[in-house]
Design a protein around this ligand. Structure first.
Ligand code: DSN
Length: 415
């Protein structure tokens, strides 16, 4: 019996179609993943009905004794995971988490230095259309034409700008982020160092990327990208004063009642991230991305920065007669889901772009390894080599759908 099917067949049908899409297409958006059924069960649990404004054991509503247990467990687990002392697990998203950091630590008009959106940064790192670029005086650093951050240049910019806060972390950067170097830069100008590890958190948790602690003053992440938990955000710190300000900024500053069902799901996700299986997963995520980069380069494609240290590969088509938008559409016809992305030296608009971003986390969660990623990388190159050949794309789609059927979605991990 399905309550949803009986009560609302229209939404049920969309769920069925989405499940079919997730099953038969290859999900390669670098910021997406497949969470555990246990996480989804917690998200769909009775806690969706509970108001719990405030924090564990200090609430504004009665009946929170079990919500307290849930939130405290989520806090304890995420602190253990990242080796820090304070956590706020209430942000509804990564953007909310970042907004709370600024609200807690900056005044309107204060100077913020973050990575340029078109160079791989995030909207909330000071981009002008975002609150972070509207409410604060934002400045940016970027990557060189080789696709890497030049830390000496960031230091020079920071010395000129004298920002109150420096944001490090990215949405489309395939190389290890040097948090120690960012600390030196922040110290040189007396800035707060804020690391947004949304993309790499799952790797950090497994020791497969260096940790922002002890270098960053405050750290945010989403929980649904490489961490493979429910959709949401977190804020972490070792500084008690900052932790107090962050808590006030989230509630009552920016949010009302926490999503206790999502916090329960975050706790389940963190239990997964604390397991030995998680270390195996994170290693495989990197190994799979490495295969993607190597094969695509061997097929004549320009991988920005010449490879990857993490879960994603950025391809540049500046040397090709087609755009990121064309590539995204062609790969979509072949059942491979990616996103168009700007690249260093970009000449096209953000709606067209000259690149695509490809990630390994979601297919790794389905159990795919180097052998499958080798095949998929070759098929990506086959599509791009023949970008207008819709019949070929359809044939590849059928081949890959068969491959995908062999890898179960939504299972308990047995890595
Ligand atoms: N939308 C996310 C990404 O794709 O990287 C960032 O918030």
């Amino acid at each position: 019996m399905s309550f949803l099917k009986d009560f609302d067949p229209d939404i049920y049908d969309y769920c069925v179609q989405e499940l079919d899409r997730q099953t038969h297409h290859l999900e390669m958006i670098a910021s997406e993943n497949f969470t555990l059924p246990a996480v989804m069960e917690a998200m769909g649990s009775v806690f969706t009905n509970k108001y719990a404004e405030g924090y564990p054991f200090k609430r504004y509503y009665g009946g929170c004794e079990f919500a307290d247990g849930v939130e405290q467990l989520a806090i304890d687990r995420v602190c253990q995971l990242f080796g820090c002392s304070y956590a706020n697990v209430q942000p509804h998203s990564g953007s909310q988490a970042n907004g709370a950091v600024y609200a807690a630590l900056l005044q309107a008009g204060d100077k913020l230095l973050g990575m340029d959106l078109s160079h791989g940064g995030h909207l909330t790192h000071g981009a002008k259309p975002s609150f972070s670029g509207k409410n604060y005086h934002s400045f940016t650093y970027g990557v060189e034409l080789d696709g890497r951050i030049n830390y000496d240049k960031v230091m020079e910019i920071a010395k000129v700008v004298q920002p109150k806060i420096i944001v490090c972390g990215a949405s489309a950067y395939a190389r290890e982020i040097d948090f120690a170097r960012f600390r030196e830069i922040a110290d040189a100008v007396g800035a707060i160092l804020f690391a947004d590890i949304a993309h790499i958190a799952g790797l950090v948790a497994a020791g497969e990327h260096s940790s922002p602690f002890p270098y960053a003053d405050v750290v945010t992440s989403t929980t649904h990208k490489t961490l493979a938990g429910p959709r949401g955000g977190i804020i972490l710190t070792n500084n008690e004063e900052i932790a107090k300000k962050i808590n006030s900024a989230i509630f009552p500053g920016l949010q009302g009642g926490p999503l206790v069902h999502v916090i329960a799901a975050k706790a389940v996700g963190f239990k997964h991230n604390l397991s030995d299986a998680w270390k195996t997963y994170a290693k495989q995520v990197k190994a799979n991305a490495h295969v993607l980069a190597e094969v695509l380069m061997s097929r004549g494609y320009n991988v920005v920065s010449g490879g990857t240290d993490n879960h994603l590969v950025l391809l540049s088509f500046l040397d090709k007669p087609f755009s990121g938008k064309d590539a995204d559409a062609a790969l979509g016809r072949a059942g491979i889901t990616v996103n168009k992305n700007t690249v260093p030296g970009e000449t096209r608009s953000p709606f067209v772009t000259s690149g695509i971003r490809i990630g390994s986390p979601a297919l790794t969660s389905r159990g795919m390894k180097e052998k499958e990623f080798d095949l998929i990388a070759h098929r990506i190159a086959d599509v791009l080599d023949d970008i207008d050949n819709a019949a070929k794309h359809q044939a590849i789609k059928e081949e890959l759908a068969k491959l995908a059927e062999g890898f179960i979605l939504y299972h308990q991990p047995t890595y």
